[in-house]
Ligand binder design. Structure first.
Ligand SMILES: [Zn+2]
Length: 414
């Protein structure tokens, strides 16, 4: 395969890309040839997006059995608690497959999905493990064993989390801000670290997803990370409370995050919709301190998160939509900041996912890439287009024909 006239990120001139045996063989200004030749016409080529935080078990259940009227996390949990009583493997498989295809179409080829383990049969986990196997040649899927009802509040989840790891889950998780007390919140974190040590798994904590200045679990996660020698291997999602801390304390927490080399995941779509619902004005934006974390060179990432769930009624797997929202809420709309935002859905989550140096468009790496018609990052953010081509190991996984507007009248001034 050869891609002609493609524009690499940050490059002025176009290049030609030769792909052979699923790898980039040539990235050059010289002519390259192949059995299949795609003319990129100056369009941008980027590595596939990496989604570090989503859910397939809850996907596509919005309004089923009811919509979230208050838009809050609490009502979302209560609706999901009703819905999950009727889960079957077939039900989860069908919805997960649909959601997975949404991601693939939008150029996401690595996904970390949290699966609720708060039931004895682990139905959702069994279903998502099946999906992982079926799609393993197309998408890299990591599964977080996620105790939505807590590890102390729902004590049985401790045993279920262990079972989930034995069945093949890749990461352990906790929701310390939803436990009954600070002490139990910390204990839930300690349990995660002990299991991660035992099983060699990733740690991915749902952390401080509240509008309260008193929620300080991210500091506990940083402490435990250093105590256990897990630097660079722990992810914290949401971290909304950090936006509420007074500046001096926030600075010290961000220093702790940096020291522990935590990856922070912000989910601007759901966070901006769900957080701050009960606040009086002035209200926060709902997301964590993305810009400040970025300035400190902390591995801050943006995730899309929910796809039409009891927690968030929208979502279609388009990472650029999440990045666009993040750029606005974080005040990162300038030419340079927008480049940083794009890295929050590409190379930065790739690092946390464990992709290593092989991720990216370089000779001899696996030929995994997206081709867009847009020529700049600003245009990508503006249009939030579906990629023209999604390519994995040199094979076209998805091709989308762009929409075309045909005018029904003459629109010409002169
Ligand atoms: Zn989530």
């Amino acid at each position: 395969m050869a891609i002609k006239n493609a524009r690499l990120l940050h490059a002025v001139e176009v290049v030609n890309i030769g792909v052979s045996n699923g790898r980039f063989m040539h990235i050059t200004k010289d002519l390259v040839d192949g059995k299949k030749v795609i003319d990129a016409k100056g369009g941008i080529v980027i590595p596939p997006f990496v989604e570090l935080h989503t859910h397939f078990d809850t996907a596509l259940t919005a309004g089923w059995p009811s919509f979230n009227r208050t838009g809050t996390l609490q009502e979302g949990i209560s609706i999901w608690n009703k819905r999950k009583k009727s889960l079957t493997i077939k039900d989860v498989n069908e919805r997960a497959e649909q959601a997975l295809k949404m991601y693939i179409k939008h150029g996401v080829l690595s996904v970390r999905a949290a699966v609720d383990i708060s039931d004895d049969d682990l139905t959702a986990l069994k279903a998502i493990l099946q999906i992982k196997k079926v799609y393993e040649q197309i998408i890299d899927l990591q599964i977080i064993a996620f105790p939505q009802d807590g590890l102390w509040k729902c004590f049985e989840n401790q045993g279920r989390m262990r079972k989930a790891l034995e069945m093949g889950a890749d990461a352990v998780s906790a929701v310390p801000h939803l436990e009954s007390s600070q002490e139990e919140g910390v204990r839930s974190l300690e349990y995660c670290f002990s299991l991660a040590k035992e099983y060699g798994s990733y740690i991915h904590i749902f952390c401080d997803e509240v509008d309260e200045v008193s929620s300080t679990f991210v500091q506990e996660v940083a402490n435990l990370t250093i105590e256990n020698g897990f630097e660079g291997r722990v992810v914290v999602s949401h971290v909304n409370a950090l936006a509420y801390y007074e500046s001096k304390y926030a600075e010290s927490v961000m220093e702790a995050i940096k020291k522990a080399r935590l990856t922070v995941v912000s989910c601007p779509l759901i966070n901006s919709s769900m957080l701050g619902r009960n606040d009086a004005y002035p209200k926060a934006t709902g997301i964590t301190r993305v810009k400040e974390l970025d300035t400190k060179n902390i591995n801050i990432c943006i995730a899309h998160d929910d796809i039409q769930t009891p927690f968030y009624p929208f979502g279609d797997g388009n990472m650029l939509r999440a990045a666009f929202m993040g750029a606005h809420l974080a005040h990162m709309t300038g030419e340079e900041p927008v480049k940083r935002v794009l890295s929050m859905i590409t190379e930065r989550p790739a690092a946390a996912f464990g992709k290593g140096k092989a991720y990216g468009i370089q000779e001899r790496s696996e030929a995994n890439f997206l081709l867009f018609e847009e020529r700049t990052i600003r245009e990508l953010m503006l249009n939030q287009s579906v990629p023209r081509y999604v390519i994995r190991r040199g094979k076209v996984i998805a091709e989308t024909i762009p929409a075309y507007t045909k005018w029904g009248c003459s629109l010409q001034l002169m």
